[in-house]
Design a protein around this ligand. Structure first.
Ligand SMILES: [Cu+2]
Length: 247
């Protein structure tokens, strides 16, 4: 089964006593390795049930999520959020994903260590969590959904309408990529990052295809548009309307 990580952010009122006495404004910790901080709160790392870790924070009108884990076989004990189906992403390789959300834009980063050396992976955000089978992660997330599925039209399957994070690893097996979008995810519809066997095609008729799904990382991506169906995110209130939020 997929491991679905949950994120909870608690914001304490300014000046509230904090455990460490440093006057930070709040922190929250959740079950499977995601941790949260707000404002200047110090990051807490929870390595409780899984091997993963993460953090959530806000500042200056944006919201940031960070999560990482080590790839494990789908049936391995320990409940990793990162699953590998193929040796081309070795068990034990590490993946980290970051998401910075603003009201109408976002930036997503992926970094991998311990993967195959000198190899190009096609990488995308998919709509379903990882599961026992590579196909569990569903199709690519699309800002404007292609009425024809599977989507192979370059009009829809392109890096402006989807999130592509292809990267090549160096001689040590490390690699990373960044994607910036002028939109944010619909709530609950972006659930994982998938590593494929080769670079993503941009050719019409094969657009978005990158070969077999080698590995998958379930990520609790945030939607970003308060009032558009998503819940208001901490830190996303326009300045001057922050009302009862602590400063
Ligand atoms: Cu994909």
């Amino acid at each position: 089964m997929a491991v679905v990580t949950a994120v909870t952010v608690t914001i304490a009122t300014a000046g509230a006593a904090s455990a460490n006495g440093s006057g930070t404004t709040g922190s929250a910790v959740t079950g499977s390795g995601i941790t949260g901080t707000a404002d200047t709160g110090s990051a807490v790392t929870d390595r409780g049930s899984g091997s993963g870790s993460g953090s959530v924070s806000k500042s200056g009108g944006s919201f940031t999520l960070r999560t990482s884990d080590r790839f494990a076989a789908p049936r391995a004990k320990g409940g990793s959020a990162a699953l590998t189906y193929d040796r081309r992403v070795p068990v034990g390789a590490e993946i980290q994903v970051g998401q910075r959300v603003r009201p109408k834009s976002m930036k997503i980063e992926v970094a991998v260590r311990g993967a195959a050396r000198n190899r190009t992976y096609g990488v995308h955000v998919h709509t379903r969590p990882c599961g026992a089978k590579p196909d569990s992660s569903g199709p690519h997330y699309q800002h404007r959904k292609d009425p024809r599925q599977p989507s192979v039209s370059a009009r829809y399957a392109n890096p402006r309408n989807e999130v592509w994070l292809d990267f090549a690893t160096d001689k040590h097996g490390s690699g990373s990529a960044v994607a910036r979008q002028k939109w944010t995810f619909r709530k609950g519809e972006a659930r994982s990052v998938v590593l494929h066997e080769h670079a993503t095609s941009t050719h019409n008729g094969k657009a978005g295809q990158a070969g077999d799904r080698l590995a998958c990382f379930t990520v609790p991506f945030e939607s970003g548009a308060p009032g558009k169906g998503g819940r208001p995110l901490p830190g996303l209130m326009p300045s001057g309307e922050s009302g009862d939020l602590p400063s």
